[in-house]
Design a protein around this ligand. Structure first.
Ligand SMILES: [Zn+2]
Length: 251
């Protein structure tokens, strides 16, 4: 049976606590994920059907995020994969692009991700503040404001608002078009709605990078091997320096 929502909300709060966050603020999900012990995170274009994967091992774990999706969706994918990492008994999860469909576990992971990024009390407080009267319907401007606040994709928010009965399916459908324009014309930055730049689509962070450095520093591998490990993890920036960087800026 699908875990009930209260249970998933509790799980989301417990992970927020574990990662040093309070129960309601918007979070930088990637920064939190990089701090997780023994977890490597790989950004990779995983094709048209998969949003992310989670592979658990005896000594370390890997989460892969489909980097060809929009930044807002990648943030949702990261939150979804954390459900597999912490609460899924299976060693491997391969997750579909569509939100809120699939096996019970997939739907639980989506609900968990939604709660982790948009805590129910924070979301309902925000909606209460936005609406002039409880019977008001949310406008697309207000939807933009909410998704920008929590840093989620339009689709992730629409699915949630339908579920919370704040939008009908029909209303949500009308908000699926002109997403970038709707935010841009209200003065918001549009990075949330766009895929990340090509040169950022292949990246590895976390445990793998730390382990390679440790092995090199302990003399277990040569400098050449260390560089090879970094290059095969798409981290030429660590070997050759970042081509975009014209010196470091400390500000
Ligand atoms: Zn999944």
């Amino acid at each position: 049976m699908l875990l009930d929502k209260m249970e998933l909300w509790k799980k989301a709060i417990s992970i927020r606590k574990q990662l040093g966050e309070d129960a309601t603020s918007p979070i930088d999900i990637f920064a939190l994920a990089y701090s997780i012990d023994r977890l490597s995170i790989v950004f990779y274009p995983l094709g048209k059907h998969i949003s992310g994967i989670c592979i658990k091992g005896d000594r370390n774990n890997v989460i892969g995020i489909n980097s060809s999706m929009t930044l807002g969706r990648q943030r949702f994918s990261m939150a979804h994969e954390l459900y597999h990492l912490y609460f899924d008994g299976d060693m491997v999860a391969v997750c579909s692009k569509k939100i809120g469909v699939g096996s019970e576990k997939e739907r639980e992971a989506d609900q968990f991700a939604s709660f982790l990024l948009m805590p129910p009390d924070a979301l309902s407080n925000m909606i209460k503040k936005i609406k002039k009267s409880p019977s008001d319907r949310l406008s697309v401007e207000e939807v933009v404001r909410i998704e920008q606040f929590f840093g989620v994709s339009r689709q992730a928010l629409l699915v949630r608002l339908i579920e919370e009965k704040e939008l009908t399916r029909q209303e949500a459908e009308s908000m699926q078009q002109n997403v970038i324009w709707s935010a841009g014309s209200l003065g918001y930055d549009d990075t949330l709605y766009k895929p990340v730049p090509e040169n950022k689509r292949y990246q590895t962070y976390g445990f793998y990078i730390q382990q390679a450095k440790r092995a090199f520093e302990q003399g277990l591998i040569s400098n050449g091997k260390y560089e090879e490990l970094l290059l095969s993890a798409f981290r030429s920036d660590l070997v050759y320096g970042d081509a975009d960087e014209r010196g470091e800026v400390l500000d």
